[in-house]
Design a protein around this ligand. Structure first.
Ligand SMILES: C[S@@+](CC[C@H](N)C(=O)[O-])C[C@H]1O[C@@H](n2cnc3c(N)ncnc32)[C@H](O)[C@@H]1O
Length: 332
C-alpha cells in the first residue's frame, strides 16, 4: 500500500483503539517514515499525543537488495520507524474539559488561594510554581504524593463554596493512586535511546518455510519486548491488531503480559498460531490469536478479554504491501 489513502485506511482502526484506550495506554506505531507522517494527523484528531519517534536501524547487513543506488537514485534504506503515542487526557473543571496542565492550574485558581503558596502546600522548594503550575512547556505531572498534599491543602483552605477541588466526579477529590493512573506507564531502562540498532530477524527466531522467510516484516522480539517492558506491567493487556507472525504476542508471553492479536491472512495466522502453541508446549496460552476472515469486507476483529466483535471496514488490497504492524498497549 502506498502512503496515499493510508490515513483513511487506518482511521476506523484508530477510532476503535481510541475507544478502548485508557490514560495509561501507550500506542506504538511501526511504519515507514512517510507512512507515519501521513497517519500522524489522524492520531492527533483522536486525542493521541505524540511522544517520540524511534528509528529502527537494521544496519549495513540490510543494504543487500537495495544497494542499486545508481538506478534508485537514493541512499539505501536500512530503517523503519516506531512512533510512541499516549492519550491526551482531559478532566472536567467549571463545565469545561481541560488538558491536565490547564486542569491543575484551573482547579487551584478556583480555590481563591495564591499560586505562590503551592510550594508550601505540597512541601517542595520551588517545583510546584516552576513545574506543576507553569503555563509553559516546562510543565510536568506532579508526583502522586505531591498531588495528594496539594489536594488536601486546597480542600482544607480553599473557598468552601467551590469544594471539592481536584475532583472528577464532583463528589470526591482524586486520590494519589487515581492521579497516578492519569498518564501512560513508562519505565526507562538504562542505555536505551531513540535509535534502535538491531539487525533484521535471523537464525532460529526467523520463521522459514523451506528456505524462504515466512513473513518479510517479522519484527525482532528484542525490540518488541523492550517497548512492552517500557510501557506496561506484568499482567497488563497488549493488543496487536496486525499480527503477522504475532511477535508481540510471543514477547508478551515471555514477559507475563496478556496479549490479543489479529491476523487477516490464513497462512500467517497458521504460522503465528503454531509459534504461540509451541511457546507453551501446545497447552492453552496466555496469549490468543484471532484470524480475521480473509474477506475484503472484513477488517481486524476486535478482541477484548477473549470476546470478539465483528469488524466493519474493508481490508487493504492484497496486491500492495501490508501496513506495518502496531502494538498498542492497554494496561489494565
Ligand atoms: C507488518 S506485518 C506484522 C508483522 C509482525 N509484527 C511480526 O513480527 O510478525 C502486518 C500484518 O498485518 C496483517 N493485516 C493487514 N490488514 C489486516 C487487518 N485488517 N486485520 C488483521 N491483520 C491485518 C497483514 O497480513 C500482515 O501480516
Amino acid at each position: 500500500m502506498t502512503p496515499d489513502g493510508l490515513a483513511e485506511w487506518y482511521e476506523p482502526h484508530i477510532a476503535e483503539w481510541s475507544r478502548k484506550a485508557t490514560p495509561e495506554t501507550t500506542l506504538w506505531f511501526w511504519n515507514t517514515e512517510v507512512g507515519w507522517a501521513t497517519v500522524h494527523p489522524i492520531f492527533t484528531a483522536y486525542d493521541w499525543e505524540y511522544r517520540s519517534c524511534h528509528t529502527w536501524n537494521k544496519g549495513i547487513g540490510h543494504v543487500a537488495g537495495n544497494a542499486n543506488t545508481k538506478t534508485l537514485r537514493k541512499f539505501p534504506v536500512v530503517s523503519e520507524v516506531c512512533a510512541q503515542y499516549v492519550r491526551r487526557v482531559r478532566l472536567p473543571s467549571g463545565g469545561e474539559s481541560l488538558p491536565l496542565k490547564e486542569w491543575l492550574r484551573r482547579e487551584w485558581l478556583r480555590t481563591g488561594l495564591p499560586l505562590s503558596i503551592t510550594n508550601f502546600a505540597c512541601g517542595v522548594a520551588n517545583a510546584a510554581t516552576r513545574k506543576y503550575f507553569t503555563k509553559c512547556h516546562l510543565w510536568y505531572f506532579p508526583p502522586p504524593d505531591h498531588f495528594e498534599k496539594l489536594v488536601q491543602y486546597a480542600n482544607a483552605n480553599g473557598r468552601p463554596a467551590g469544594r471539592p477541588y481536584f475532583s472528577v466526579d464532583g463528589n470526591n477529590p482524586l486520590s494519589a493512586s487515581e492521579w497516578a493512573r492519569m498518564r501512560a506507564k513508562f519505565y526507562c531502562e538504562y542505555g536505551i535511546n531513540n535509535v534502535w540498532s538491531e539487525p533484521p530477524v535471523r537464525g532460529s527466531e526467523r520463521l522459514k518455510h523451506g528456505l524462504k522467510c515466512v513473513h518479510l516484516n517479522q519484527k525482532p522480539l528484542k525490540l518488541i519486548e523492550m517497548i512492552i517492558r517500557a510501557t506496561s506491567d506484568v499482567g497488563d493487556v497488549i493488543w496487536e491488531p496486525f499480527g503477522g507472525l504475532c511477535s508481540a504476542a510471543v514477547a508478551a508471553h515471555n514477559l507475563q503480559r496478556r496479549c490479543y492479536s489479529a491476523e487477516i491472512l490464513p497462512e500467517y495466522y497458521e504460522f503465528a498460531h503454531g509459534r504461540l502453541a509451541a511457546k507453551n508446549g501446545n497447552k492453552e496460552n496466555t496469549s490468543s490469536a484471532a484470524h480475521a476472515k480473509n474477506n475484503r469486507k472484513t477488517r481486524a476483529s476486535e478482541i477484548t478479554e477473549g470476546r470478539r466483535t465483528p469488524a466493519r471496514q474493508t481490508s487493504p488490497s492484497r496486491k500492495g504491501a501490508a501496513p506495518s504492524g502496531l502494538a498498542a498497549l492497554f494496561p489494565l
